[in-house]
Write a protein that binds this ligand. Structure first.
Ligand code: P71
Length: 457
C-alpha cells in the first residue's frame, strides 16, 4: 500500500496524549457515550471531522497578519473577492461564518414551507436548514451509492431518471432550487462526474429551476474527475473547477474543508435579485456583506487557502492518504464503502456488528469502541444522524447505511497515526461479537447527533 511523502514539512507541533484505559472509560460515561461530548484533550487521534481541523500553511498564517479589520470594504475582503471570482466565476458573493450560515441565508431567501429541494444527498446541516424553513429535502443519488461494495467511480452521481420523475410529480413551481453535494459526504465522500453534473444542471434548467452546488469538497471532487473521467486527465484542476461552476447558478460552501481554514464559508450566485435579498438577510444574521460574520484575517486566510486547496501535488497526496487508510482497514478484514472517498473512510458498522440492529445504533457502538480501544474519535453517520420521523406518515425512517466515518483533517496526521488507527480497529474486530448496541436517554429534534446522550444496552 502506497503512502505518498507529504508535500510539506512540519514547522509547528501540537502535543497529543494518550490517557489511560480506565480514564477513557470514565470520560465515556460523563459524555453519555456521545463522542461529540468528549473533551478534545482526552482524544489521541481525532477523526471526528475534517471540517476546520486542518493545518494552515505558512502563507495562510502570514495572511492572518495581513488581515484588514475595517468594518466595511476591507482590503481582506477585496483579496477574497478576487480569489472567489477567479476560482468560481460567479457574479456575486458574500462571505459567511461557515457552511450552515450560508445555507441558512440561502434557505431563508428561497425556501417556502411545503417546498421541496432535491439533491444527490443533502448533508445534515443542509437537510436541517431546509426543514427549519418548513421545506422538504429530497435525496436522489444513484442506487449504487447504497451498495458499499459497488466500485462505481462516481457514486455521488444523481439518478437522472429519479430527478426527472420527481420534478414531474412535484412540479417545478414547488422546487425553489435544486442542489448537488460535491463530494457526497453523507454516503462516502464519493465524487460526482462532470457529465452527471452537467446533465443535472440541464434538467433543472429545462424546468427553470435554479441550481446551487454545495461545494464543501469541490476541489477533491475535481481531482477525482481528473483521475477518473475521460477527457479530463490532462486538464488542470483549476479549469475543471471553473467548468463545474459554469453549469450552476450559485453555490454555498463551508470553507472549513477545501479552503483549509479553521472558520469560514461562502455563498455565491449570478442572480442580482437573489443577491440583494441575501445581503439583507446577511446583515440581519451574520454581519455586513464585506465580512459576513468573519474577522478580516479569516477572509484573508480563506483567500490564500482557496488556491492551496486546488494545488495538484497537495490533492494527489490528500486522496492517496485517505486511500491508504482505507486499504489498510480493508486489509485487516473490515469492510468500508468502496471506492475509498476523498476526505474520509466510511466503515460499514453494520457489517462489523451484524448482531446490532439499526435502531440500536451500530455506528455509535463502533464510535465508542474506537475511543475505548485507542482514544480515537470518529463520527457516526447512520441512524442517529439521519434517522427521522416522516411528518406526513408519522413513521420513523432509517438511512440505508450505518456508518462510522473516519475523517482525515488536512495536512495534520502522518502515516504512523494512520497505522495506529488500523491496529486499534483490528483489535475491535477480534471482540466484535461481545459488543452491544445503545439507546437514547436524550435526543433533540434536529441535528441530534451533536447533543444526544446514550446508555449501553
Ligand atoms: C463534516 C461537516 C461538519 C460536521 C457536521 C456534522 C457533524 C460534525 C461535523 C459540514 C458540511 C458538509 C457539507 C457537504 C455543508 C456542511 C456544513 N460537514 N455541506 O462533514 O460536509 O458546513 O460545518 O461549515 O457549517 O464533518 P459547516
Amino acid at each position: 500500500m502506497y503512502y505518498p511523502p507529504e508535500p510539506f514539512r512540519i514547522k509547528v507541533t501540537e502535543p497529543i496524549r494518550l490517557i489511560a484505559g480506565e480514564e477513557r472509560e470514565a470520560r465515556l460515561v460523563e459524555a453519555g457515550y456521545n463522542v461529540f461530548q468528549l473533551r478534545a484533550e482526552d482524544i489521541f487521534i481525532d477523526l471526528l471531522t475534517d471540517s476546520g481541523t486542518g493545518a494552515m500553511s505558512q502563507e495562510q498564517w502570514a495572511s492572518l497578519m495581513r488581515g484588514d479589520e475595517s468594518y466595511a470594504g476591507a482590503r481582506s475582503f477585496q483579496r477574497l473577492k478576487a480569489a472567489v471570482e477567479d476560482v468560481f466565476g460567479f457574479k456575486y458573493f458574500v462571505p459567511a461564518h461557515q457552511g450552515r450560515a450560508a445555507e441558512n441565508i440561502l434557505t431563508a431567501v428561497l425556501v417556502k414551507a411545503g417546498q421541496y429541494v432535491p439533491s444527490n444527498m443533502h448533508f445534515d446541516t443542509t437537510d436541517a436548514n431546509i426543514r427549519a424553513r418548513g421545506g422538504r429535502p429530497v435525496n436522489l443519488v444513484i442506487d449504487e451509492a447504497f451498495d458499499p461494495a459497488n466500485l462505481h467511480p462516481f457514486k455521488g452521481n444523481m439518478d437522472l431518471g429519479k430527478l426527472r420523475a420527481f420534478i414531474g410529480k412535484i412540479g417545478a413551481a414547488n422546487i425553489p432550487f435544486g442542489m448537488m453535494t460535491v463530494t457526497n459526504n453523507a454516503a462516502g465522500g464519493q465524487p460526482v462526474s462532470m457529465a452527471n453534473l452537467k446533465a443535472v444542471a440541464g434538467l433543472y434548467h429545462e424546468y427553470g429551476i435554479p441550481f446551487f452546488i454545495d461545494a464543501a469538497r469541490y476541489a477533491e471532487n475535481c481531482y477525482f474527475i481528473k483521475l477518473r473521467e475521460k477527457d479530463y486527465e490532462c486538464k488542470p484542476v483549476r479549469e475543471i473547477a471553473r467548468e463545474m461552476f459554469s453549469y450552476a447558478d450559485g453555490m454555498c460552501m463551508s470553507a472549513k474543508k477545501d479552503a483549509i481554514v479553521n472558520m469560514g464559508g461562502l455563498l455565491c450566485m449570478n442572480d442580482e435579485e437573489i443577491f440583494e435579498n441575501v445581503k439583507n438577510e446577511l446583515i440581519l444574521r451574520e454581519g455586513f456583506p464585506t465580512y459576513g460574520g468573519l474577522a478580516g484575517r479569516d477572509l484573508d486566510a480563506m483567500a490564500t487557502g482557496l488556491y492551496e486547496g486546488l494545488d495538484e501535488s497537495y490533492l494527489a497526496y490528500r486522496l492517496a492518504q485517505t486511500a491508504y487508510l482505507g486499504a489498510c482497514i480493508n486489509e485487516a478484514g473490515i469492510p468500508t464503502i468502496q471506492p475509498i472517498g476523498g476526505h474520509a473512510v466510511y466503515i460499514d458498522a453494520h457489517a462489523v456488528f451484524p448482531h446490532i440492529p439499526n435502531y440500536e445504533f451500530p455506528g455509535v457502538s463502533l464510535a465508542v469502541e474506537m475511543y475505548r480501544e485507542g482514544a480515537i474519535r470518529g463520527s457516526e453517520i447512520g441512524s442517529v444522524m439521519f434517522g427521522c420521523l416522516d411528518p406526513d406518515t408519522g413513521i420513523w425512517h432509517y438511512p440505508k447505511l450505518e456508518l462510522l466515518r473516519l475523517a482525515i483533517p488536512r495536512r495534520t496526521y502522518t502515516q504512523s497515526h494512520m497505522d495506529y488507527v488500523v491496529d486499534s480497529l483490528a483489535k475491535i474486530k477480534d471482540r466484535a461479537d461481545t459488543i452491544r448496541g445503545y439507546k437514547f436517554t436524550y435526543a433533540p429534534e434536529l441535528l441530534r447527533h451533536f447533543t444526544a446522550r446514550f446508555e449501553p444496552l
